[in-house]
Design a protein around this ligand. Sequence first.
Ligand code: MG
Length: 374
Amino acid sequence: MRNNLPPYAVSDTNSRGRRIHEDPPTGRSQFQRDRDRVIHSTAFRRLEYKTQVFVNHEGDLFRTRLTHSLEVAQIGRSIARNLQLNEELVEAISLAHDLGHTPFGHAGQDALDNCMKAHGGFEHNLQSLRVVDVLEERYARFDGLNLCFETREGILKRATKSKAQALGELGERFLHGRSASLEAQLANLADEIAYNNHDVDDGVRSGLITQAQLEEIEIFARHLHQVKQHYPDIAGRRLVHETVRGMINTLATDLTTQSKVHIEAANPNSPDNVREMPTLVGFSDTIRQQQQELKRFLHKNLYKHYQVMRMSNKAHHIVEKLFSAFAAEPALLPPKYQHKFRDHGHQIIADYIAGMTDRYAIKEYRRMFAIIED
Ligand code: MG
């Protein structure tokens, strides 16, 4: 723990604290405690068996939400150190940011959102907050993890005005157009750096996209060229890996340099002062445009690839079938969820499905609908 952070960084001293008062931890900071609570949570362990793009059992080498979250934390911490921000807070937010994700990546999220349309919708980001605020059952004195305001603020990246109204202090920034802490801003962009780059890596490894296709994309082509200049004989996996490595480095360096300029110019004197300013952590225009180009490429060629679409289609089917069966007959839910359903309605079905890992959802589907087990 470093005590000499600049005034714009979040610290134990300027933190708005926890919802339920607890004595300060000994031997670690408040945000180390938050990070540790996230790591020990059930939802965190389940991230190992949830996918980003690829279905978990399709291959052992692809990223899961767990390895993704670790990469976000790694990128976020490196940049936080260079910007003199609170590293532990960035780490806690990064490790917690995907806790509310459904099984089967974005396809699962979209399907569950569809099912929940008449009941307020489903948003994985809000669900991550629900996991740390309500759903984890580990502590004697409270539900959830009782995390600090700043960690919860960072987890909640977005909220509609109607949802924000129900979130009290945490929802205020969406109602009044304010920013989040610099640490939250950073964790958000570290997420973007991580997923764009690992999707390139996983996409090429899976054979769904090719190096030749990627060479049409400026940021990839430039780094590929640099690697080849340094290592004329390099080929295959090593070439792609070195190129991705170069891209991550460029993005992290650009983000650090640009953000430093913005922070120095704005010179905020506290995290609350930061919250009243426009976003200060960001890329240069050139790099942002190049990132956008890569994102568009991935969207068109990877996320919409027919093989990925087939997996998404199955995911939709599984989530929709499970949801409608439980909604039509809540007695099919495990007893613990039945009790809660009586008081809280369809959100409980969403909690149950969102908490499933990919393979648990597939198993549950079989248990519900297979007449003969194979
Ligand atoms: Mg993420």
